[in-house]
Design a protein around this ligand. Structure first.
Ligand code: ADP
Ligand code: MG
Length: 285
């Protein structure tokens, strides 16, 4: 690879809003066979909205909003927006604790309350709540359980829609022979529903934030991997992958960890970047 050819490649792409850190990144991009995508904010728009509340709406929403008031999770923003719209005010909380990949616990109105996935529930959900949860998840909705003292008060379903560019980008990548994978902390059913909407080949769900990089490393044993993500939790996976591709709308740490940054957050630019790598190296080889 000659430096001049690489400069031409990266200079042209920058005009398209595709920032490529250096020539090695482009060279690595040319070897990639598997493309792993984060779900929230990468495949989806990342602006989730509450769609369903199961249980006593007022108390479920009030407990949820109280718990989420201090949370930085994207799901928290959806719940707080819904509480505001319903004019439900959050109660003060003590002992706030964010549990990685699971949810939040705190003391609300003098009781130990929680919000999050089913790992937060002591024992199991009632058969009725479990079947309602399954049905909502099949509709590609993320369902969180709200409860006190380990028992569920109700459920909140939250929907985040795929970006308009997601399905066309996946089609184009598959046509070019890439293996596409979704990697998420969300539930398997939700992940599969979104993956089928956009045409992603494989789903790896229920992955704790701290385990994403290890999953990427495991996939790298088969073939070189590009990881596409946007979150704080995605930084280790972005640096572990042969090529890290960060969304321009992502967190600072994700952007710093990416070898490629997509300023427009458009997944079609993953195709453009990889095609550019192929063209650059085929021309100068
Ligand atoms: P993702 O990979 O989609 O960003 P996370 O690893 O952040 O997912 O979270 C995994 C799951 O844990 C979420 O789908 C949700 O069920 C639960 N969870 C995590 N944080 C929260 C929170 N603040 N409020 C409610 N649920 C949460
Ligand atoms: Mg994300």
């Amino acid at each position: 690879a000659t430096p001049t050819a690489l400069m031409v490649g990266t200079g042209r792409s920058a005009k398209l809003g595709i920032l490529i850190k250096n020539g090695e990144v482009l060279e690595a991009a040319n070897t990639v066979k598997t493309i792993v995508f984060d779900k929230t904010g990468t495949i989806t728009v990342g602006k989730p909205k509450v769609t369903d509340i199961i249980g006593d709406e007022q108390s479920v929403l009030q407990t949820a909003a109280s718990l989420e008031a201090a949370s930085e999770h994207p799901l928290a923003a959806a719940i707080l927006a819904e509480a505001k719209a319903a004019q439900v005010t959050a109660a003060p909380v003590t002992n706030f604790q964010a549990v990685e990949g699971q949810g939040v616990t705190a003391t609300v109105n003098g009781q130990a309350a929680f919000i999050g996935n089913t790992k937060m529930v002591h024992g199991t959900l009632s058969p009725d709540l479990q079947s309602q949860m399954n049905a909502l998840q099949k509709e590609a909705k993320t369902v969180v359980v709200v409860g006190v003292k380990g028992a569920a008060l109700g459920l909140i379903a939250i929907q985040d829609t795929p970006k308009a560019s997601s399905a066309p980008a996946i089609v184009a990548l598959k046509k070019r022979g890439y293996h596409t994978v979704m990697l998420t902390g969300d539930n398997q059913r939700v992940a599969e529903a979104i993956a089928s909407q956009v045409g992603i080949d494989d789903v790896i769900a229920d992955v704790l934030p701290g385990d994403k990089a290890a999953v990427v490393a495991k996939l790298q044993k088969e073939a070189p991997v590009a990881f596409v993500g946007d979150g704080i939790n995605d930084a280790p996976a972005l640096t572990t992958a042969d090529v890290g591709i960060a969304m321009g709308s992502g967190t600072d740490i994700a952007i710093e960890s990416g070898g490629i940054v997509l300023i427009k957050n458009d997944l079609m630019d993953v195709v453009t970047a990889l095609t550019l790598a192929r063209k650059t190296f085929n021309r100068i080889r």
